[in-house]
Design a protein around this ligand. Structure first.
Ligand code: NA7
Length: 543
């Protein structure tokens, strides 16, 4: 590659690219852009690398995509040498892996930890971004890459009296580094999304008593996590490169799950039951949702799968009233993140666990000694909030991102996020997003999405550099057409029927827009490749 045509004036403070975040996205972006010979620095709010996997240390935190898939593909040596101990990676193991990657590719020297970015301002005169950290340090770069994550802004509801509670409080996404011991304590877990569902069985084993405060029941399937079978690992590794390629041709970015060919209602009730039983026994969410072609687009088809799981819940949970509360009935299965668990429903058969319905009797306030619902007070020694995140847009909007003198990104996105391919925002030149809203992101294997985005950005920067462009900007028309397409695709599915964080529905006042692109990773990648092949359709590059 020719030498950079982009002037660097201050050796210490000026970069070709600044990356916000040093999780899986930021680290790969750093590696890739550095390999182009660019001067790059990543800024990370945490005290270590790892992003989501650095922060979410709650008991039972585990990936819901299998380890052999949920890992980087960019280095065959890396994927061959790393040994995953379990079918699904637990948080400590995934964090170890990320740290190994940081060391193996010598990434740490360009990562500044403990540094939260507060503002990012683009100067249209110089075509440079200037970012300011929480401590007032400023740095400039030609390009700004937001790798700040889709689920990295923990959210605790504003319960009255929240500061009054004298016991211990935790949030799943801000879990302490030191182990937390709930032995002998009365614990309350608020929230039954993926984090709550993973954590509840383990806290129940420790606590004197566990009260689970559930507002909405979620569907959960058995993960069937186990030690990774060495024969399976060997076979997978023998064809790793081909498997990674095959994953790019799938809607979820995950190989090994043959696409279904039959619609649910084309099968008889007996055939359906047999199919769902087999998937239930196999474990995992993608294989279950791949039982039939239409589970996410046809309500009647989905009802058959939803009813099957409800019946399973009733079969596991002994107390009929508790089973009825745990059986989800307000959304089609799969339209909220489908949880994977290890003995979640079984946990409610323990004498020391009780389920509290805070839909019928909401939490009214936290008190000094516990919490009060509309029905009664609960004395608690500790509260663990599993109340989720300001997903998809929260981390970006916490930063004041703007073009000098212009409106902030938060103003532009007041009605919901708009992007071109999830990668760029019209009116915000030289700003790229990794797994942004409008891209498949959380609806695909995140690391596949991260690598595809980063590689695309790297090619785009290479093109700009060779053509002497210092400014790359998404066109407003291309952006609005893409947004319309993202919405149209979502509207053809059942996803918008659920009050999910995909929709922004978990944050009071947040616009209800289905944010991820659900047309499939394969279709999305084809579109991105086509845009690049056509000389970056929809982008304007200016010298
Ligand atoms: P989620 O999936 O957003 O779950 C949050 C849970 O917290 C959910 O059960 C909420 O109930 C509950 N919640 C939120 N606010 C309240 C109040 N005020 N009262 C009672 N209950 C409340 O977050 P997770 O951390 O579990 O998972 C996020 C993603 O991380 C996950 O999908 C994986 O992709 C990884 P609600 O459903 O809103 O009624």
């Amino acid at each position: 590659m020719p030498d950079v045509n982009w002037p660097v004036t201050n050796i210490e403070k000026d970069f070709d690219a600044i990356i916000v975040g040093a999780g899986l996205g930021g680290l790969y972006a750093l590696h890739k852009l550095r390999s182009l010979g660019l001067k790059v620095r990543a800024f990370e709010a945490g005290a270590g690398v790892g992003g989501t996997w650095f922060w979410n240390r709650y008991p039972g935190a585990r990936c819901d995509v299998e380890s052999l898939e949920y890992s980087y593909s960019f280095s065959d040596e890396l994927q061959q040498e790393w040994k995953w101990p379990e079918r699904y990676g637990g948080q400590p193991e995934i964090l170890r892996y990320i740290n190994h990657v940081a060391d193996r590719f010598d990434l740490r020297r360009d990562v500044q930890l403990n540094t939260r970015i507060r503002t990012a301002v683009f100067d249209p005169g110089s075509n440079l971004w200037t970012l300011t950290t929480e401590d007032g340090e400023t740095v400039s770069a030609r390009f700004c890459i937001m790798a700040s994550g889709n689920l990295s802004t923990p959210r605790v509801p504003s319960f009255p009296g929240i500061d009054r509670f004298a016991g211990e409080t935790y949030h799943t996404g801000l879990w302490p580094t030191e182990p937390v011991d709930f032995t002998g304590k009365v614990v309350g877990v608020i929230g039954t999304g993926s984090s709550g569902v993973q954590m509840i069985p383990l806290i129940a084993q420790q606590a004197k008593h566990l009260h689970v405060f559930q507002r909405t029941a979620n569907f959960s399937l058995p993960a069937r996590n186990d030690a990774l079978d060495p024969a399976r690992e060997q076979a997978h590794k023998a064809s790793y490169v081909d498997r990674r390629k095959a994953a790019l041709e799938t809607p979820f970015g995950i190989a090994g799950h043959p696409a279904p060919t039959q619609a649910a209602l084309e099968a008889t009730a007996e055939e359906r039951r047999a199919a769902y039983e087999a998937k239930w026994a196999e474990g995992g969410s993608i294989s279950f949702l791949f039982s039939y072609t239409d589970l996410l687009v046809d309500q009647a088809a989905n009802d058959t799968a939803s009813a099957f799981v409800r019946e399973k819940i009733r079969g596991i949970v002994k107390d009929p009233a508790t089973a009825a509360l745990l059986a989800p009935n307000d959304h089609p299965i799969g339209t909220k993140r489908l949880c994977l668990d290890t003995h979640y429903y079984e946990t409610y058969n323990r004498d020391n666990v009780s389920l509290v319905d805070v839909r019928s009797a909401p939490i009214v306030e936290l008190t000094e000694t516990g919490l009060r619902t509309a029905e009664r007070e609960y004395k608690l020694d500790a509260i663990a909030f599993a109340t989720g995140f300001d997903a998809m847009t929260g981390a970006m909007l916490e930063i004041d991102i703007r073009v000098e003198g212009g409106p902030a990104l938060a103003e532009k996105w007041a009605g919901g996020p708009t992007t071109y391919l999830g990668l760029m925002v019209a009116g915000f030149p030289n700003l790229f997003i990794i797994t942004g809203p409008g891209s498949p992101s959380v609806k695909t294997q995140m690391i596949v999405a991260i690598e595809q985005h980063t590689d695309w950005i790297a090619e785009c920067l290479t093109r700009a550099r060779t053509s002497g462009a210092t400014r790359i900007e998404a066109d407003a028309k291309a952006e609005s057409e893409w947004v319309a397409h993202v919405n149209a695709v979502a509207d053809r599915t059942l996803y918008p029927l659920a009050n999910s964080w995909y929709m922004g529905a978990n944050i009071p006042g947040k616009p209800r827009i289905f944010m991820p692109y659900v047309g499939g990773f394969d279709a999305y990648k084809r579109k991105c490749d086509e845009v690049a092949a056509n000389g970056y359709d929809g982008l304007t590059m200016t010298p």
